[in-house]
Design a protein around this ligand. Structure first.
Ligand code: HEM
Length: 170
């Protein structure tokens, strides 16, 4: 089915983002992801990822997460992915529902994206503790499943894993 956010579903993928073609489409978590951090109670969550394009040298994305048991919507983020021409440099431009906006940059190696936050900004009344650094890895596994891990550092904690989840293409 054509993605409702992609008005020109038939348009060809722009060559500038061709190396990211393997991300395109909708991914549903395989089983609930695991969330943790030294200062919070461990939790389980489900998440759907959508990656689409409209022919621009950009991939559009939306990630929607829910509590695994209560099914309540939790974290949401959306944004754009760009690649530096003729290199494997990748940039994610991200807005999060918590009031955080960020730029993550990194590298594409085979079918793995390794990203680090380069710039973070937040609304003036964002909940504390504030995130100071984010590291994220997306990896397409040989079995066709996609894995995402996210680590973060806050005002009070050094860089520590927050999320780990595996998705299958839906
Ligand atoms: C807590 C950041 C993604 C669920 C937190 C906290 C921060 C944070 C700063 C507070 C930690 C503390 O109190 O010391 C982020 C960032 C994310 C992200 C930067 C993405 C890059 C997610 C996702 C979920 C999630 C995808 C999935 C449901 C939670 C939950 C808590 C939490 C349940 C504990 C309760 C709460 O403080 O709301 N997160 N988070 N987070 N996060 Fe995330």
């Amino acid at each position: 089915m054509a993605c409702p956010f992609n008005h020109t579903a038939a348009v060809e993928l722009n060559p500038a983002v061709l190396p990211l073609e393997w991300l395109l489409g909708t991914w549903e978590c395989d089983e609930p992801g695991e969330g943790c951090f030294p200062t919070i109670k461990p939790f389980r969550y489900t998440e759907t990822l959508h990656f689409s394009h409209v022919g621009q040298p950009v991939i559009n994305f939306m990630f929607n997460a829910f509590h695994a048991e209560s099914k309540k919507p939790l974290h949401r983020e959306c944004g754009f992915i760009r690649m530096q021409p003729a290199t494997n440099r990748v940039a994610f431009i991200i807005a999060q529902n918590s009031g955080l906006v960020e730029i993550e940059e990194g590298e594409l190696t085979a079918q793995q994206l390794t990203l680090q936050s380069r710039s973070l900004a937040r609304i003036s009344f964002a909940k504390k503790p504030h995130v100071q650094q984010i590291c994220r890895v997306f990896q397409l596994r040989p079995d066709g499943k996609l894995e995402q891990t996210v680590s973060m550092a806050t005002d009070s904690q050094p860089l520590t894993q927050h999320l780990q989840i595996t998705y299958r293409r839906s």
